[in-house]
Write a protein that binds this ligand. Structure first.
Ligand code: ATP
Ligand code: MG
Length: 405
């Protein structure tokens, strides 16, 4: 088979492949971008594989960066873009189930393709457009089948992360797992315990965000892989409920975690603990702990000023969008308008500042200042108090007398 036309991304990398070939080396487009082109999907990164060793690649190109030289990857910079050029390699004896003991550079494309995870990821394209298909990846692409290259038991035993990759490809591509490949995942699911959480996290997030989330999550549960992922052991049933939510592919990571936490019925403190175990960033954890209660609120009520104000515009829009998954119609323009018409958007917009409160009342410094300000803030946001210095001072006077602060 031959590609009829090269996509722009491949054309941009063409001079690099040509140069390698002219110097007597082999060079091919490989990996996910080849798969995605054949599926007519947009591609993100163009990976190039070559028989040239890293030092030889660096000699040929003026501008390179060593990004993973131990693994044979050199980044080649052109005026328009950067490309990863990786030397053909084999990976031998995986003692800890996660990292090859050592990588060996080889001159044979076949050896390189053999170590790849799935047949659809083991295709290569030469500069004349010929597709090199040593493991019947094209047929699997046509039949929408995800099949390990070689013996699936050996391949998952070598690198258990491949099991999570398989599930996320199911979720993204809507392919079915070839029966032996699925059985091997069922058999070896517990090896996931040996994989670093950071690497599982990347695949799990992609799994949650695929267009075929239902199939992906179902296989995740049926293969029992979820049991060896942080904090999920007792949530098989809830994960299936999450799988069944109707709706488009989840657009962002924070929305994915928010839906997951909602379906797992987690409260704020459990969310923090759970997401820490998953090694999520503090910012993401902060966002999700705000979004989950807001979503629960929104499922029962219309937005109110205070909830909207506390959440902020972006997170509120993110939450509103999630109504899709609960058979409700989100109204994003309305959220934008409601937010725009909030009396203030932050404490900075209040017409009375902390130092002014202090000067005006002339009491000793203390918590009364912030307590007064937050009361004013809430009154203004909720529309009960006008945001003018005079009104705010009057209100503060009454408040302080009443509270005896
Ligand atoms: P994506 O579109 O998400 O980038 P991808 O298939 O390109 O998917 P990458 O992680 O970018 O995934 O890897 C590039 C290629 O490297 C894969 O297509 C596959 O051939 C190979 N590969 C990646 N990870 C593994 C692995 N754990 N075991 C074997 N081969 C792998
Ligand atoms: Mg890729």
């Amino acid at each position: 088979m031959k590609l009829e036309a090269f996509p722009l991304e491949f054309q941009g990398a063409m001079p690099i492949l040509r140069k390698l070939q002219n110097a007597g080396y082999e060079a091919y487009y490989v990996g996910g971008s080849v798969r995605d082109i054949l599926l007519n999907k947009p591609i993100h990164d163009v990976d190039i594989a070559t028989s040239a060793f890293p030092a030889e690649v660096k000699e040929l190109f003026h501008r390179t960066i060593d990004v993973g030289i131990d693994h044979g990857t050199v980044m080649v910079l052109t005026k328009e873009a950067t490309y990863e050029v990786t030397t053909f390699r084999t990976e031998s004896t995986y003692q800890d189930y996660r990292r090859p003991d050592h990588v060996e550079f080889v001159r044979s494309l076949k050896e390189d393709l053999k170590r790849r995870d799935f047949t659809i990821n083991a295709l290569a394209v030469g500069i004349d457009g010929t597709v090199i298909d040593l493991f019947d990846g094209l047929e699997d692409l046509r039949n929408k089948v995800l099949r390990a290259v070689g013996n699936p038991y050996e391949r998952f035993h070598e690198d258990a992360l491949r099991m999570m990759r398989a599930l996320r490809f199911v979720s993204h591509l809507g392919f079915t797992l070839e029966p032996d490949t699925f059985e091997a995942i069922q058999e070896y699911h517990s090896l996931l315990a040996k994989i670093s959480v950071e690497r599982i996290n990347v695949e799990f997030v992609k799994l949650m965000m695929g267009s075929f989330r239902e199939a992906g999550l179902r296989s995740f549960v049926e293969s029992e892989c979820y049991i060896y992922c942080p904090g999920l052991r007792d949530y098989g049933e809830a994960l299936l409920n999450f799988a069944e939510l109707r709706g488009p592919a989840i657009p962002t990571e924070r929305q994915a975690w928010t839906l997951l936490m909602t379906m797992l019925n987690m409260e704020a403190k459990d969310i923090r603990h759970f997401m820490k175990e998953w090694k999520c960033s503090n910012q993401l954890i902060r966002e999700v702990t705000e979004m989950v209660p807001a979503l629960n609120f929104r499922l029962e009520h219309e937005w109110d000023n205070w909830t909207l104000y506390q959440l902020g515009r972006e997170l509120a829009l993110s939450v509103e969008y999630l109504l899709y998954y609960f058979d409700r119609e989100p109204n994003l323009p309305k959220v934008r308008l409601l937010y725009q018409y909030l009396p203030i958007n932050s404490l900075k917009d209040l017409e009375l500042k902390g130092n002014e409160v202090m000067e005006h009342f002339d009491y000793p410094r203390g918590p009364w200042i912030s307590k007064t300000l937050s009361t004013l803030e809430k009154e203004v946001v909720e529309g009960r108090l006008e945001n003018s210095k005079e009104a705010l001072l009057d209100f503060a006077q009454d408040f302080l007398e009443k509270e005896r602060l």
